[in-house]
Design a protein around this ligand. Sequence first.
Ligand code: PEP
Ligand code: MN
Length: 378
Amino acid sequence: MKKLSDILPISSWAKYGKTPFVIAGPCSAETEQQVFETVRGIASGHKVHMLRAGIWKPRTRPNSFEGVGEVGLKWIMEAGKEVGLPVTLEVANAEHVEAALKAGVDALWIGARTTVSPFHVQSIADALRGTDMPVLVKNPVNPDLELWIGAIERFANAGLTKLAAIHRGFSTYEKSICRNPPMWEIPIELRRRHQNIPIIVDPSHMAGTRELIQPLSQQALDMGFDGLMIESHINPDKACSDAKQQLTPETLNHVLNSLIVRQPIFDSSVHVELSTLRSKIDRIDNYIMELLGERMGISEIIGEYKKENQLAIHQSQRWADIVKHAVGKGKANGLTEEFIIKFFQQIHNESIYHQSKVFEKNQSPEQINHPKHIIVKE
Ligand code: PEP
Ligand code: MN
């Protein structure tokens, strides 16, 4: 049994030099010719380090193309051998794992629709116990970091250390230019908690359209993520799945050549100006924390007052006034309305929590029936 802290860097199991680690290939293997032509085109750019192809496709709706099955496994393995690149494949159950291991696949990935299901993830992890197969775990469809980490943990518990996360964006009901908006704060939080877990970004499934793939890839590199997974098809418009987001190998190579890889670590003695600006930011952050602490202290005193005077904790008019004022003030200072509202919702939650603590004092446990943190739905 291994721990998340035992997870190794990608460079320990894949060759890719100093550039970001790039995986590319069709969303789905469709025909022998499509696989070979796509792979040859991709390999000709010399920027891709691993091939991908879906042969069992988890589709949202039935009666869509669900993959060609094991025959496609043969095509992608042979094409990989021809161009000298390793192959990764999506697996969703123990039979897929068995077939992939038998064919000598180099790495497996877990799709977003599988990561949401702990039973499925566990049965895949059990089928891999005793191997040292690299496994790339896509985030779950919904923005749930715990579920994502939990899935990676199941593979670590099965003894695997060649693991990585794939960030492919999250499903949302809200209107967005992205098919699956990136919600960068989630992979950033994953990185903050587990700095050793490699993160590969999949701009294809985030974007849903070709035009956004280049900017999303650049954003991923600018944020210091470790690699990219991009879908490519010899004839994207005719693809059986994800037609709108696949790039021709030629465009893929063009996108990869356009990406700027910036220095991940900087030497503070060289970048003095940046270091000075960062210490200013640190000072402001400290100040914000002190002010918020002071604000919560006042909330507790208000809580005492409301308790003594039998007033409800939440006064909706007062809250509406606070938000209105904050939006005006924040906008005048160059902040977006969306940020101000989210920020104040969080402050409000914390403030209610502090006031509730005061209300709880001297109450018996049976009298306390409110949750510790009331989540204000955005
Ligand atoms: C895929 O990679 O083709 C795929 C189905 O992706 P996701 O699991 O991210 O939807
Ligand atoms: Mn796809």
